[in-house]
Write a protein of this length. Structure first.
Length: 208
């Protein structure tokens, strides 16, 4: 190898020349890339769509309506041991969703503890002929017992759907104890029935 005394080809000298060539090439690429970007054309398209749906919260309500032409609050007098009487109500779910209903029958006064109560439902409205009511459908005993002032009788009405057609037709039979002592003569008392319902959430309402 021959060398020019004025420009000796040392290793350090060759490395510097290589770096200058690489830097020059990178600069050329950068300039070329800038030129490509500068001459390109780009379009941005925007589109918007929306959908809305109505929402409504449910309601919880229940009603007890006297049925068969008789009022539950009508008084009864001259009860003797083993006498009985009937009272009828329609339990209606007036809320917006099917729910589970629980009733309560309480007795107060001196006759509390001497009144046997049987609660029966009929799959159709009770039919009254000549003062006697019968069920032409299917009967179900919901509860039976002797309510006291401190311990009401709990009635499992079960699930009732919505609308008047889903009403539960209920009969209360109240019997004055056959073994009522003579000390009950002339005594008074009262009986009351109530019902409440519970609606539980957590259902999938995807379909509406």
């Amino acid at each position: 190898m021959t060398t020019d005394p004025q420009h000796p080809e040392t290793p350090a000298h060759c490395a510097r020349h290589g770096r200058r060539r690489r830097l020059a090439g990178a600069a050329a690429l950068a300039v070329a890339g800038t030129a490509l970007v500068g001459t390109g054309a780009f379009s941005a398209w925007d589109a918007t769509a929306s959908a809305t749906g109505t929402l409504g919260a449910g309601s919880v309500a229940v009603s007890m309506v006297d049925a068969n032409g008789g009022s539950f609050s009508t008084g009864v007098a001259n009860l003797l041991p083993a006498d009985y009487f009937y009272r009828y109500v329609d339990v209606t779910n007036s809320g917006s969703a099917a729910s589970t209903f629980t009733g309560s029958v309480s007795a107060t006064g001196d006759l509390a503890g001497q009144l046997q109560v049987e609660v029966t439902s009929c799959s159709v409205a009770w039919t009254t002929v000549s003062g006697a009511s019968t069920c032409t459908g299917t009967t179900s005993v919901l509860a039976t017992g002797t309510p006291t002032t401190s311990t009401p009788l709990t009635v499992a009405h079960g699930t009732i759907g919505t609308g008047a057609a889903a009403a539960q037709h209920v009969r209360y039979k109240v019997t004055f104890a056959s073994g009522a002592p003579t000390t009950m003569q002339g005594k008074t008392g009262s009986i009351a029935a109530s019902v409440s319902n519970t609606v539980v959430g957590g259902s999938d309402r995807t379909g509406g």
